[in-house]
Design a binder for this molecule. Structure first.
Ligand code: ZN
Length: 312
């Protein structure tokens, strides 16, 4: 509630200033003389918008490397930047769990688009543990993510129709890259023996990955990192690892490693050794300028890390 009041106050301040007035004056704008100013929540969405928008867009992601979108709260600066944007793209399906109030406020003033909204509901997962909510981690299935990319394209074309041809051309090129990426992940996954295709991570982010590429997936924390892992969860999963003789578990770049380390210790106490197979980029990409700082690079890094740790 306090957060909501803070956001409303910021809006009141902006409205009396020039930022929104400029925005409103520009709302029927002709973008022929300037770029589209885009704000995204995650880096994965920013990567898609940069590829689809090319030179037509100026993109800023609010959440950088290592940032957990489940827990992220918009800063005052973020709210001002969002109010000044031409369009805001976010994941939706409650990934940005602490930002729903901000989005509600924004929707009255700025065009906002949840990229998951273009994805057919029957292709979304809704595991029982998620209590009726859809699993938001759609970028782990490259084929599904391609539907989100098409949604970005559709929204940019609607906003800046004069450049439609550019968006269509860029979208086709990016989808080609993603389609090759999808084939690569499938190919790499096949290198792991079927009975070894078990992915154990810090939180339950990899369900779409598991469905698309044939892995059984177990996360220590739930769908959101906001839920804590209990001692019983750790003990049960440790027992499972020992029974299945699973060689490796994985930490995540945007989640503190303490639960996975506790799991490793619980396995060791049972007389079995499980290694930490590496750190996966789950809900955030790597640093800008590194291969993992792009969506395709992040996906490649993850599958290579998983395969190397599980093949023996
Ligand atoms: Zn997550």
């Amino acid at each position: 509630m306090r957060n909501l009041i803070r956001i409303i106050l910021i809006f009141a301040l902006i409205s009396t200033g020039c930022v929104l007035q400029d925005q409103q004056a520009d709302s029927k704008a002709d973008f022929s003389s300037r770029k589209i100013w885009v704000i995204t929540t995650t880096g994965m969405i920013a990567d898609a918008v940069r590829n689809v928008g090319g030179e037509r867009v100026e993109v800023r992601a609010l959440m950088g490397p290592g940032v957990d979108p489940h827990l992220y709260k918009a800063s005052e600066g973020d709210v001002i930047r969002m109010a000044d944007a031409d369009i805001i793209f976010y994941n939706g399906l409650h990934l940005e769990g602490k930002m729903s109030e901000v989005f509600e406020q924004m929707q009255r003033r700025v065009k906002t688009a949840a990229i998951s909204s273009g994805i057919a509901r029957d292709s979304l997962l809704s595991p029982p543990a998620f209590q009726g909510n859809y699993d938001p981690h759609i970028w782990f299935d490259v084929g599904l993510w391609m539907e989100g990319v098409k949604n970005i394209s559709k929204n940019l074309v609607a906003l800046d129709t004069a450049s439609a041809e550019i968006y269509h051309r860029n979208t086709a090129a990016y989808l080609q890259i993603l389609s090759e990426l999808d084939a690569y992940v499938h190919q790499q996954a096949m290198r792991v023996l079927v009975e070894k295709r078990v992915l154990i991570t810090a939180h339950d982010a990899f369900n779409y990955f598991g469905r698309a590429y044939g892995f059984e997936v177990r996360g220590l924390q739930g769908i959101s990192t906001a839920a804590e892992a209990g001692t019983a969860d750790i003990q049960n999963l440790a027992q499972y690892i020992v029974e299945r003789k699973i060689p490796a578990v994985f930490v995540e770049s945007s989640v503190p490693p303490r639960y996975i380390e506790a799991l490793q210790a619980a396995v060791q106490a049972r007389g079995f050794k499980v290694k930490i197979g590496g750190s996966l980029y789950s809900d955030a990409m790597g640093s800008a300028g590194t291969p993992e700082g792009s969506y395709p690079g992040m996906v490649r890094y993850n599958i290579d890390t998983i395969v190397n740790a599980l093949i023996q």
